[in-house]
Design a binder for this molecule. Structure first.
Ligand SMILES: Cc1ncc(COP(=O)(O)O)c(C=O)c1O
Length: 417
C-alpha cells in the first residue's frame, strides 16, 4: 500500500514535472494590466498574441460599464442556488432567447463553464447503447465527456472524412444491433491549428447515415460566418448542426457557455445536465455582461471586420515571408518551425526578453517530435503596426534558428526567473 500524498509528491504529473523549471515563465506566467495588446510581463511591456479576446470586447468601455453596473445592482452572489432550485432569473432566460435567435436555433440553455458544460452534455445525452464518432483532435472537454460515456466510441483521424465514413459504418452496425443511436462530435474551429471542422462534408454523410451532429464552436462563435454566428453559418449548414455549443471565454471575453438545439432537446438537457442541476447558477454580473457583449457582437460588425483585417494582414504577411502557417482558416494563427524542445524554450526567452513579444508555444507531444508551433491570436484591438513589428521579429527568430543560435545554453541565463 502507498500513501497517496507520497505518490503525488514524487510523480507530479505530465505537466507538473516541469514545475520547477517552468512555473511563472512558460507555465502560469502573470500578464499584468488591462486586457490589451500591450501588457506587462515580469515588469516589462510585451506585445501579447495569446489572448482569445478576438473582438476586443474584454476592455470595451460599454462592456466594462455593464459588468460594473451588473455587479453594483445585483452583487456577485445573486442568484443563489442552482437554476432548478432557486437560481432562475428573467435575465438568464432573456440571454438564452437572444443566443438561440442569434445562432438560428429554437432554444438555448446557459452553462457556467464550457468545459463542465460539454462534459455534462455528452454524459446526459447518451445511453450505453449509443455510439459516438469523434474527431481525434477534439478538445479535452469532449474527450473527458466521452470518459463518462459507458457505450462504444470510435475516433476518426483529424478531419479525415473517408475514415469518418468507415467509422460511421461500424457505428451504425453496432447501434442498430444494440438499439441505440449515433452521435458525431467535432469542433467548428480547432483552437490549436485554426483549421475548421469540415462541417460541409460531414453533413453530406447524413444522406448515407443516420446520426446527430454536435459541434464545439468555442473559437468560431463571434469570429466565423457572415453575422458571427459561427462555423455552421460559415458553411451554410447551421440547420444540419443538431447541437451547437459555444463558450463565452473567447470572443465574448467573459465566463459561461451555452448549448442550442431543438426546444425538446434543450429542455431535456436542462432537466438532466448534472453539472448545471447540481451547481450554482451563473452569477448575475456575468449574465448582464454577456447580454451587453452579445448586443455589441451583433450590432457592431466592424469588430469582426477589424479582427479579420488584422488576421489577413498577419497571415498573408507571414506567408509572404515564407513562414509555414499550416491550414488555418480562422484567426488562430500557428507558425510552424523545425527544432528541438530546448530550441523552442530559447525562442520563447528571446521573444519575451529581447523582442518583447508574448505568445504561446506548443511542443511535442501536442505537435510531432521536431516541430515547434508558435501560436498567435490576432484580435480586433491589435494594429497593423503590431502585425508588422511581429513579422519583422519572426524573421529574426527564423534566421537565428536556422543559424543554430538557439541551440546554445547561454540564452537560458537571460531568463530572469
Ligand atoms: C474548443 C474549446 N471547448 C471548450 C472550452 C472550454 O470552455 P470554458 O473556458 O468556458 O470552460 C475551450 C476553452 O476555453 C475550448 O477551446
Amino acid at each position: 500500500m502507498v500513501d497517496i500524498f507520497d505518490r503525488l509528491k514524487n510523480v507530479k504529473g505530465p505537466l507538473g514535472q516541469y514545475q520547477n523549471k517552468a512555473e511563472g515563465y512558460f507555465m502560469f506566467p502573470e500578464l499584468e494590466g488591462e486586457i490589451a495588446p500591450r501588457m506587462k510581463f515580469m515588469g516589462k511591456e510585451v506585445l501579447t498574441w495569446s489572448l482569445n479576446n478576438y473582438l476586443g470586447l474584454a476592455n470595451h468601455p460599454e462592456v466594462r460599464k455593464a459588468d460594473a453596473e451588473g455587479a453594483a445592482k445585483f452583487g456577485m452572489a445573486a442568484p443563489m442556488g442552482a437554476r432548478m432550485m432557486s437560481g432562475q432569473t428573467k435575465y438568464h432566460k432573456e440571454l438564452e432567447d437572444k443566443l438561440a435567435k442569434f445562432v438560428n436555433k429554437p432554444s438555448a440553455y446557459l452553462m457556467n463553464f464550457g468545459y463542465q458544460g460539454m462534459v455534462s452534455i455528452i454524459d446526459s445525452l447518451l445511453t450505453r447503447k449509443d455510439v459516438v464518432v469523434y474527431d481525434s483532435e477534439s478538445h479535452a472537454c469532449i474527450l473527458d465527456g466521452l470518459r463518462l460515456h459507458i457505450g462504444k466510441r470510435f475516433v476518426y483521424p483529424h478531419n479525415d472524412i473517408d475514415n469518418l465514413r468507415k467509422q460511421l459504418e461500424r457505428a451504425t452496425k453496432l447501434a442498430e444491433a444494440q438499439g441505440g443511436g449515433v452521435l458525431v462530435i467535432t469542433e467548428g474551429v480547432f483552437g490549436m491549428a485554426g483549421d475548421l471542422g469540415h462541417l460541409d462534408k460531414i453533413v453530406e454523410l447524413k444522406k448515407d447515415f443516420k446520426f446527430r451532429l454536435m459541434i464545439d464552436d468555442a473559437h468560431g462563435f463571434g469570429t466565423m460566418g457572415k453575422t458571427g454566428a459561427g462555423v455552421g453559418e460559415h458553411y451554410g449548414v447551421q440547420d444540419q448542426v443538431d447541437i451547437y455549443f459555444a463558450t463565452f471565454a473567447k470572443s465574448m471575453a467573459g465566463i459561461g457557455a451555452f448549448v442550442a438545439s431543438e426546444t425538446e432537446i434543450v429542455d431535456y438537457l436542462k432537466f438532466n445536465m448534472r453539472s448545471q442541476i447540481f451547481a450554482k447558477s451563473l452569477p448575475m454580473p456575468m449574465v448582464i455582461g454577456a447580454l451587453k457583449r452579445l448586443e455589441l457582437l451583433q450590432n457592431n460588425p466592424e469588430l469582426k471586420d477589424k479582427l479579420w483585417e488584422i488576421t489577413h494582414a498577419l497571415q498573408n504577411g507571414l506567408r509572404k515571408e515564407g513562414f509555414d502557417i499550416g491550414h488555418t482558416e480562422s484567426p488562430v494563427t500557428p507558425v510552424y518551425f523545425s527544432g528541438s524542445v530546448p530550441e523552442g524554450t530559447n525562442i520563447v526567452i528571446d521573444l519575451r526578453e529581447n523582442h518583447k513579444i508574448f505568445c504561446s508555444i506548443v511542443v511535442y507531444p501536442v505537435v510531432p517530435k521536431g516541430v515547434l508551433m508558435l501560436r498567435l491570436i490576432p484580435t480586433a484591438v491589435h494594429t497593423l503596426d503590431d502585425v508588422n513589428e511581429t513579422i519583422e521579429v519572426f524573421k529574426i527568430i527564423k534566421k537565428n534558428l536556422d543559424a543554430g543560435k538557439y541551440m546554445s545554453e547561454e540564452m537560458q541565463s537571460m531568463k530572469v526567473v
